[in-house]
Design a protein around this ligand. Structure first.
Ligand code: B12
Ligand code: SF4
Length: 518
């Protein structure tokens, strides 16, 4: 006999980071229900895999606190998480041990670092779970034996993945919805666990599946969508086919969605692909640039960034075709010496990319980088922030150079220099609504931002910068940014600068005052 199970899936809170929008969200929310930049893609996908007849609840700690007492009634509690959520995952799992539920762990962290979860869960899911998770639920419900570890023998067939349960998300709580088109990436970057987890042959959904997901996302009230592919253009032929469907879908519905995604820099070499993305209403693309130093790119096997003309020329080609660019940078490669910080800063400034992240190189287990450093005896876990011994710097030099770089890049002057460098060569028609109510909302945001800065004792510094910014903007003549565009940049700047202060330990003061997180 099969019993009906009560299943709860938990996404542990993430700490604020460049891409989580924590310090920007309260300004966009303006007292509405918006709590977090983006819904988690794993919870809704794993929920959709649960066979019919079971109750399923999802809890995202980024938008609601976990009430552990209320979890007592669940038969199964599943926890997801990636490396930056690791600490919080472990805290939650320790609390869950006190409950009667069968505790399952899945997602990117357990997939590459199983031993961390020893003794903290009853069952673990390694890699994709389209086949293993329903098989486990069915076995448990029917009283058949279950295993303590599940790992799929075959990669998931993406053409059979069901529409995620977007209906389980708290309505209005998120800025964007996660929709996944493909898994896997054809490239070979040494530090990347995408290829060890999902493989090098990109597997794609059929356009009809993606369109069904877009319909579901719009039905939930979303206006923004993050195509959460590892590399959206891993299979360019399929990406173009999908984009043509999305364009028709958008047209027939009055363009309800704006998209962002991640792609490799060889996007710049395919104008047709960029044009299709722009036509489908992609506003920006995140690109892994990593470093301007060719020796470091070669070392990390990021060949796509070295081929052809310069990185700056590639970035400019994407942007001038109408697609915004955000980017990720890394310091700490073996070919990086103390000069890398100035080199990165100069490159970043000349790239005109305002919104970007800079990370310390992180050797994730399962990656070729991890294996190489292990073989060279250079892994050292005594410092959780930097678990390897750099080649041309001491750990302290690398960490302090990294922090100084963050502070320089997200200084208000440097940030707005990049904003003005990325303004299109031609004036673009305003895309945002500018009725009196909207203007009033944006005025309210400006006042709120000034209030937050004042509370943190940095208003005067920013007002001085504001005067310079206004002058520079006016100098752009007909291309000058309007009030709403400028406010969007000020809010983004505030987020990036706040995260920087937190990461580099040079706090503005009480940054929690602008964060809406528990
Ligand atoms: C979207 C995304 C983001 C979004 C997160 C949005 C959100 N709210 O979750 C943003 C842009 C904010 C982001 C940021 C970062 N990210 Co990210 N991100 C992704 C990306 C591209 C897609 C995630 C996704 O939605 N996948 C779709 C779902 C369906 O796939 P899935 O999570 O793998 O789930 C499947 C299985 O894992 C399994 N499963 C998952 N959970 C569970 C739970 C249970 C109980 C079960 C049974 C099964 C199960 O079942 C699912 C179906 O098969 C992944 C790459 C990837 N392919 O996963 C990287 C990835 C997760 N990110 C990564 C990293 C490193 C980061 C950053 C640290 C980067 C940086 N240096 O700034 C930051 C951290 C930000 C933070 N503080 O939170 C790494 C994590 C590495 C690791 N092994 O932990 C990944 C894997 C990419 C990579 N290799 O670089 N990221
Ligand atoms: S291009 Fe991106 S997803 Fe692909 S292997 Fe390199 S880092 Fe990983």
């Amino acid at each position: 006999m099969t019993r009906s199970l009560a299943i709860c899936l938990i996404n542990p809170r993430s700490r604020p980071s460049y891409w989580t929008g924590d310090y920007a969200t309260p300004f966009y929310s303006l007292g509405r229900r918006l709590r977090y930049s983006m819904a988690n893609g794993a919870l809704v996908s794993v929920a959709a895999l649960v066979p019919a007849g079971h109750e399923i609840v999802i809890i995202d700690e980024n938008v609601e606190a976990i009430d552990f007492d209320s979890l007592r009634r669940f038969d199964v509690i599943g926890v997801t998480g990636m490396v930056v959520q690791g600490e919080r995952m472990l805290e939650i799992l320790r609390r869950l041990k006190e409950l009667p539920a069968v505790v399952a762990v899945g997602g990117p962290l357990v997939t590459v670092n199983e031993s961390t979860f020893d003794g903290l869960c009853d069952v673990r899911f390694i890699g994709e779970a389209e086949e293993t998770w329903p098989a486990f639920v069915n076995a448990l419900a029917s009283g058949a034996p279950t295993a303590a570890r599940y790992a799929q023998a075959q990669k998931s067939d993406m053409t059979r993945v069901p529409v995620p349960r977007f209906d389980l998300l708290r309505r209005g709580a998120y800025g964007t919805a996660p929709v996944q088109f493909s898994r896997g990436c054809p490239f070979l970057c040494e530090f990347c666990d995408i290829i060890t987890t999902f493989g090098r042959r990109p597997r794609t959904k059929k356009p009809e599946q993606v369109l069904a997901e877009l319909d579901a996302v719009v039905a939930q009230g979303f206006g923004g969508c993050f195509l959460v592919d590892d590399n959206f253009i891993g299979n360019k032929v399929e990406a173009k086919r999908l984009l043509r469907h999305i364009i028709d879908w958008q047209r027939s519905r009055g363009f309800p969605l704006l998209f962002v995604t991640e792609a490799s820099i060889n996007l710049a070499d395919d104008r047709e692909l960029i044009d299709l993305m722009v036509e489908a209403r992609f506003t920006s693309v995140f690109v892994g640039i990593e470093t301007p130093r060719i020796a470091s790119l070669n070392e990390t096997r990021k060949v796509q960034n070295v081929h052809g003309d310069s990185l700056l020329a590639k970035i400019e080609r994407i942007r001038s075709a109408g697609l915004g660019v955000s980017a990720g940078f890394i310091v700490g490669f073996d070919n990086d010496d103390a000069a890398i910080f100035d080199e990165q800063f100069e490159f970043i400034q000349s790239s005109g990319i305002p919104n970007l992240s800079i990370s310390l190189l992180t050797p994730l287990p399962t990656t070729p980088l991890y294996d190489r450093l292990l073989a060279e005896g250079r892994l050292d876990f005594s410092d959780p922030e930097l678990i390897y011994i750099p080649k041309q710097m001491t750990r302290e030099q690398l960490k302090s150079g990294f922090r100084q770089l963050l502070n320089r890049v997200f200084d208000v002057g440097a940030y707005f220099d990049r904003v003005f460098d990325s303004v299109p060569a031609r004036a673009t028609p305003a895309r945002l609504r500018t009725g009196p109510l909207h203007l009033a909302a944006w005025m309210a945001r400006a006042v709120m931002l000034a209030g937050v800065m004042a509370r943190q004792g940095v208003l005067w510094r920013h007002l001085r910068a504001y005067r310079r910014v206004v002058r520079k903007n006016a100098a752009l003549g007909p291309r000058a940014l309007g009030f709403i565009d400028m406010m969007n940049h000020w809010i983004a700047y505030w987020h990036f600068a706040s995260v920087t202060r937190q990461l580099s330990g040079t706090d503005f003061g009480n940054i929690a005052a602008v964060s809406n997180r528990q």
